[in-house]
Write a protein that binds this ligand. Structure first.
Ligand code: C5P
Length: 222
């Protein structure tokens, strides 16, 4: 089968990265977690004391530092200038600021450039908020994953517990809602279902069921 591009978008904690990783592995495709790129930039801004509203300062960080990935059997490692920051970028200080950093047009321009370079290699599963609408508008398969906020908060809560990150459930739910609000109301490439995307509501579904549902879409579309 010819290698295609698979775009998976959706709100926070809708299970995008979990299923994208599984699909990429099954298909022997590249997995690209675009959220991790915005997170790495946010982490860098915190380290370098660059204000989240300082668009030019953030673009400067993009130009002077290198964000890279390494896929291992277990997970995707994230690096800034060769230093691993996989865990650091998942901490609440980054999570709660990333949507501010990601709203800037010129920051997105830089990130999209990078993502499209990866996308051009073909055989890619890319997840994010604007993959089907802006990054890979010609992707053969576009999926829009949604789930109730209650369930998404529960998933993130469990994930945090496993990683040893302490969070309060109600606060977590509010933070997810707030991040979705910022991501879907920003001016540039807001979180939105592409016209030709297939929407899958994963509420009450387990990971295997979601992967199977996406595989069915892939079979039909390719
Ligand atoms: O997917 P994840 O939750 O790690 O994404 C973190 C944040 O990065 C999102 O809340 C959003 O603000 C931003 N993002 C984005 N566009 C993407 C991927 C992520 O704006 N394609």
């Amino acid at each position: 089968m010819e290698k295609i591009s698979i775009a998976i978008d959706g709100p926070a904690s809708s299970g995008k990265s979990t299923v994208a990783k599984i699909l990429a592995k099954k298909l022997h495709y590249i997995y690209c977690d675009t959220g991790a790129m915005y997170r790495a930039l946010t982490y860098l801004a915190i380290q370098k004391n660059v204000d989240f509203e300082n668009e030019n300062g953030l673009v400067d960080l993009c130009l002077t530092h290198t964000i890279s990935f390494k896929q291992t059997e277990k997970e995707q490692l994230v690096f800034i200038d060769g230093n691993e920051v996989t865990e650091e970028i998942r901490q609440p200080n980054v999570t709660n600021a990333v949507s501010i950093v990601a709203k800037h047009a010129s920051v997105r321009e830089k990130m999209v450039e990078l993502q499209q370079t990866i996308g051009r290699l073909g055989g890619v599963v890319m997840d994010g908020r604007d993959i089907g609408t802006a990054v890979l508008p010609d992707a053969e398969v576009k999926i829009f994953l949604v789930a109730s906020v209650e369930e998404r908060a529960e998933r993130r809560y469990k994930e945090n517990q496993e990683k040893g990150i302490k969070t309060d459930f109600t606060t977590l739910k509010k933070e997810i809602e707030h991040r979705d609000y910022l991501d879907s109301t920003r001016e540039v490439s807001p979180l939105k279902q592409a016209k030709d995307a297939v929407k899958i509501d994963t509420t009450g579904m387990n990971i295997e069921e979601v992967v199977k549902a996406i595989e069915e879409v892939i079979t039909v579309k390719s």
